[in-house]
Design a protein around this ligand. Structure first.
Ligand SMILES: [Zn+2]
Ligand SMILES: [Zn+2]
Ligand SMILES: [Zn+2]
Length: 463
């Protein structure tokens, strides 16, 4: 694609401790920008279709129920007819045009001192040796005044950073800066989802700290997703109903003109060419008619959930590792064994736990470093850790690889959550009294957990 327009850069600066990024904060802050600059009535988006392209961070993982819910919030707040949210595959943020402003943002932070103002001495003492964000947040739960004081002390830093960003331009268009939005407004904006989906009695589920499981159990929301959304590994798309509109779509009818609605379809998944090494370009795929914009196709492929995204990069063959990874695991074979297990880290891409190995017991410093990595949520199977950090996972692991048998060993007993060895799923595991599992226990002393979906797909339990 040729980029001719660069668009405008909006930057929101916030305090990472008490205004942490989460999908709902993103949706709310984006709604504010779009209403300020791209709305004629300060509520609805002027355009009726919105496409978002984000990087692969945990707040944008469109397979998470929290992220889906936040996108539905955005869709409803702006009365969109269609929302397409795609994220880049791991290590491919560079293809995202929005990422191009990053170098400019870095540039203007050169030689910028970022020290916050000191707060009350007793508060300073309390947070002095806290190395993770959660540790500080936990103290604030006990003494709420800390949160206010910390916010005050961060103000000059945020002002300072924003002042620098405000002076920047991209292709002569100046940046616009914002400060983080308050928790109350985020709560308030999210409430449109239970109200509009005629939420079941349990509206309390809808708060920014709810987890994916809470949303998965919310019937009205799931019904809305089933009726209006297409969900694949890298894309989540929402569209109003056409024939026979539901309650939401009756109250909020299409704003796009009728002829264009006819032609609308969800964006299909990339389609590999004959070599299976590269994907057809969008233009190629449409001229070759590899997907067609007709209603029958839309119904069978999207509404009935038969989307084939098996060609995505993270589903590539699990034995296809680069030489560095193979060499790394060979060199470290004395560490990558059950006696050296220290902890686990979750893969943000496939949600499977991966085992952390280290020659020695982790020091406090190493533990803080690892905890920060876990908080960031950016780890993906096979990733390398900083060379001198002293701990590692196996490098010859991809997201398609099973959970390591070592995960189920005795060393992780206290911290392990039981999950399916094939897919990492923690729900719907076959119980010991299941006839299939019971039968296996007659001949084997160990049967690894397996979920009902994997079993239905023909997997045999590991013994
Ligand atoms: Zn509808
Ligand atoms: Zn993974
Ligand atoms: Zn499974």
């Amino acid at each position: 694609m040729q980029m001719t327009a660069f668009g405008k850069v909006y930057v929101t600066t916030k305090d990472k401790v008490f205004q942490p990024s989460n999908p709902f904060r993103h949706a709310t802050e984006l709604t504010r920008i779009l209403r300020d600059y791209h709305s004629t009535d300060d509520v609805n988006l002027e355009k009726t279709i919105l496409c978002l392209m984000t990087d692969g961070g945990p707040d944008h993982r469109v397979t998470y129920e929290t992220v889906k819910t936040s996108l539905i919030q955005l869709f409803m707040q702006l009365d969109l007819d269609m929302l397409i949210a795609i994220r880049t595959a791991p290590n491919n943020s560079w293809v995202n045009p929005a990422e191009r402003c990053m170098s400019l943002l870095n540039l203007c932070l050169q030689h910028c001192a970022l020290d916050r103002k000191e707060i009350r001495p007793d508060f300073e003492t309390k947070i002095r040796h806290k190395s993770s964000l959660n540790a500080i947040r936990n103290i604030a739960k006990v003494s709420p005044a800390l949160k206010t004081a910390f916010g005050e002390s961060m103000k000059p830093v945020i002002e300072n950073v924003n002042d620098r960003f405000r002076r920047m331009k991209l292709k002569n268009v100046p940046f616009t800066v914002y400060k983080g939005i308050s928790d109350e407004i985020i709560d308030d904006q999210l409430s449109i989802v239970p109200i509009s989906t005629q939420g079941d009695a349990d509206e309390t589920v809808f708060n920014p700290t709810a987890n994916s499981k809470d949303f998965r159990e919310c019937k009205a929301l799931q019904e809305f997703i089933k009726m209006h959304c297409s969900s694949t590994h890298y894309a989540f798309q929402i569209m109003k109903c056409r024939e026979d509109p539901c309650r939401y779509c009756c109250i909020n009818p299409w704003r796009t003109d009728e002829q264009r609605v006819e032609k609308l379809s969800f964006l299909p998944c990339p389609i590999p060419d004959e070599s299976e090494q590269v994907y057809h370009s969008f233009e190629e795929a449409s001229t070759l008619n590899l997907f067609s914009f007709n209603m029958t196709y839309y119904k069978t492929n999207f509404l009935e959930k038969k989307v084939d995204d098996s060609k995505r990069p993270s589903a590539k063959n699990s034995s296809d590792f680069d030489d560095f990874a193979v060499e790394f695991d060979r060199k470290n074979r004395d560490i990558l064994k059950s006696q050296k297990i220290r902890d686990i880290i979750m893969c943000g891409e496939c949600n499977k736990p991966r085992v952390i190995y280290s020659a020695k017991k982790l020091s406090d410093e190493q533990e803080s470093l690892l905890n920060r990595m876990k908080e960031e949520g950016n780890f993906e199977c096979g990733d390398s850790f900083p060379e001198d950090c002293g701990f590692t996972t196996k490098r010859c692991l991809s997201c398609t690889a099973e959970v390591e048998v070592n995960y189920y060993g005795a060393s992780l007993r206290g911290i392990r959550v039981t999950c399916c060895i094939f897919c990492g799923n923690q729900d719907d595991l076959l119980v010991d009294t299941d006839p299939y599992i019971e039968k296996l226990y007659e001949s084997f002393s160990v049967v690894r957990p397996i979920c009902s979906t994997c079993r239905e797909n023909g997997q045999e339990a590991k013994t």
